[in-house]
Design a binder for this molecule. Sequence first.
Ligand code: NAD
Ligand code: IPM
Ligand code: MN
Length: 355
Amino acid sequence: MKIAVFAGDGIGPEVTAQALRVLDEMSLPGLTRFEGDVGAAAYRRHGHPLPEETLEMARAADAVLFGAVGDFTCDDLPRHLRPEQAILGLRSELGLFANLRPAAGFSGLEHLSSLKPEVARSIDLLVVRELNGDVYFGDKGERDSAGGREGWDAMSYNEAEVRRIADTAFRAAMGRGKKLTSVDKANVLETSRIWRETVIEVAREYPEVALDHMYVDNAAMQLVKSPGQFDTIVTGNLFGDILSDQASACVGSIGLLASASLGERRTDFGTFGLYEPIHGSAPDIAGQGKANPIAAILSLAMLLRHSLGREEEAMRIERAVEGILAEGVFGGDLGGTASTGEIGDAIVRKLLTIS
Ligand code: NAD
Ligand code: IPM
Ligand code: MN
């Protein structure tokens, strides 16, 4: 079993270090790991945010554990050299088109959610975000216009792209509450018209799943008004990016939500994937021991589950995280005082009590 670890920038290395402590605690036989450079760190060392050797390391692995990329010192670089290109490049080069972002409440955290506790308690949803298309990967550029320089980005989805993410989402919904909400903007966008029509076609193969459609503006509103109505959400790259950050505040903090990015490649143990917190490099708190490592640690749990076939270990980690949160071990993002390392310590200690 080979894991490639790309810690990246800002709080990326801080939270990834805690996830690696948890991995070491698991003492998995036959596991090796390699570390590679991504983001601003890679740009400084190799002149590129996603060096070829990093990509090769990812290809040779069963899974990638990713921290975060992004650094304001790189804001003025041409787009292809910006740190964010590392994560975008990995997602597209590795064919990772399905991004699973679960958001479920933790007991004891309801009072720390941005929502009323009784509303926060009802959250248990999965955002299935398409990750290889949409306005992210369309042509883009700058041109002259009567109003001065004009920036443009083409948004598109073709049927094949929608079909494969819809398929993933219906299968995920089958394993959950058998309810799927497709989020689009079909009242305005042609991209969304094709999206909606294709999702409806795919739905015929999943008669047990109740499908509904929601415009993204309404979805954003419903997510804070009554998140309990959602089970599985399927949506495009941009809407999924935005709604999942919003869902994290409904749970309590962006420092809590993990993600799995999957494609079609199978490994000897499961599905090849890249695992990362939904948050970024958080330059405002980097280097201060303030980052919550739970999103990174739960990303490791998803890695063990989906790529290494280690469901038992994944559940052990999830139970340890639930345990320390129920005991009130909180970092600054949840109004507590525990440092990144102290949260890691507490989780490692808790793991020892869970068989
Ligand atoms: P961000 O997610 O980094 O931070 C948003 C806010 O949440 C900040 O106030 C930050 O301090 C807080 N936060 C984030 N993670 C936290 C954690 N684990 N614990 C406690 N607080 C946490 O988003 P941003 O500020 O918009 O972006 C910063 C940089 O990160 C940018 O360069 C952006 O492009 C990049 N980014 C990268 C990824 C990725 O690598 N996948 C994801 C999102 C943003
Ligand atoms: C995320 C991030 C990325 C995205 C950026 C850094 C390219 O916000 O992983 O959610 O928009 O997908
Ligand atoms: Mn995001």
